[in-house]
Write a protein that binds this ligand. Sequence first.
Ligand SMILES: Cc1cc2nc3c(=O)[nH]c(=O)nc-3n(C[C@H](O)[C@H](O)[C@H](O)COP(=O)(O)OP(=O)(O)OC[C@H]3O[C@@H](n4cnc5c(N)ncnc54)[C@H](O)[C@@H]3O)c2cc1C
Length: 395
Amino acid sequence: MPDNTENCYGCRACEQICPVGCIKMVADDEGFLYPQKDNALCTECGLCIKVCPIDNDSVFQEGKQTYYCFVNADAGVVDSSSSGGAFSALANEFCKSNKCKVFGARWGNGFNVRHCSVDNPLNIEIFQKSKYLQSDVLHTYSEVKEGLEQGEKVVFSGTPCQIAGLKAFLQKEYDNLLTIDILCHGVPSYKVFKHYIEYLEDMYNSSVKEFEFRKRSSLFGVKDSCGTEVKFSNGKELSFYSFNDIYMKGFFSALYYRKSCYRCEFSQEKRVSDVTIGDFWGIEKTDKRLNAHEGVSLIISNSVKGSAVLKGLHDKHKIYQIDKSFAIPYNKNLISPTPLNKNRDEFFRRLKVERFDIIVNDYVRNVGKIKFLAAAVTPDKIKNIMRNVRERIKT
Ligand SMILES: Cc1cc2nc3c(=O)[nH]c(=O)nc-3n(C[C@H](O)[C@H](O)[C@H](O)COP(=O)(O)OP(=O)(O)OC[C@H]3O[C@@H](n4cnc5c(N)ncnc54)[C@H](O)[C@@H]3O)c2cc1C
């Protein structure tokens, strides 16, 4: 029987490998998918257990790791990406030729998120920008295997647990596969996100037509790259700073992640993919020319294949090697999983009967707003004001 306990990441590897189709993924009360087995059909072949990424050391990379600071040379690509446009650069570098399949997470109907592929890296814009909910990998592992066996080049991007699931599913290494994992806090379910969309539609009396995370803006000179933008059918458009968006407030407070996220085995320095990408939070403390909110990626190469692809980026983009001690303190998921929010279970109990925003506001203090305002009055800014005042007094 595949593991369908709180450890399950919902990667679907067990369902996809089953030769008799006796495993189905079923959503629980919280909206997360778990495997369910039909015992009458099961032949006890054990494949579902073999491909489960839980406690499966074989999925980890053993190679030397190198950390990089990266900004895509194409400002347009940085604009349409979450951070520095690393994903686009890596996919293009690995593919080179047109015959290449790139897999990633895209918005689907009704704002669910699902994995799919495009046949050319030029078409990857549907995968760009983070979607802060769990993407359903559907049957993409089987499609990846088919492509690889036919000799196609394949790039697969996803959360670390999705890459672990893919590697456990494939059960062998392929030279023509590049895996890219994103650094990950944790994933909410589609059900949670739907409650949020319904709340917006209720508040603004119109259906949501378009939605985008990671909008860049600034307030009092402080940059923000985690805002959201919503477009409604009646033409109304809204944008929120990260500290004002009720969904991001709950997300950053870890109020509604999948249970496995709080015990994630992949939230550590040792990685599962060839290349890991994330936001380079804190880079401005080391490199004064950069600001993470303007789009700077952290890239970690974890394998020989990863290093080879990274090498190809040097003459095309802004990239330099950096000591890991500049990255790890600002990206806690490189050390350990996000700690459990003690109100998580209560949140899901209340979601059955109460409105999304009321519950989140009950549990999340506005720490984001305080931090933001604090950044607006940094010691440097205060010093500048004092200097100006002193000079005025002198004259
Ligand atoms: C749920 C979630 C949590 C994250 N947590 C962190 C974090 O703690 N620290 C950090 O530094 N970065 C985190 N990120 C990653 C970060 O936001 C950027 O996605 C990453 O830096 C890539 O930026 P880019 O500019 O290279 O890529 P872009 O060009 O913006 O491409 C986005 C990439 O992310 C993938 N993707 C988008 N949404 C999902 C999803 N729901 N599931 C799986 N894959 C997805 C796409 O397939 C694509 O490969 C998180 C992203 C998500 C989706």
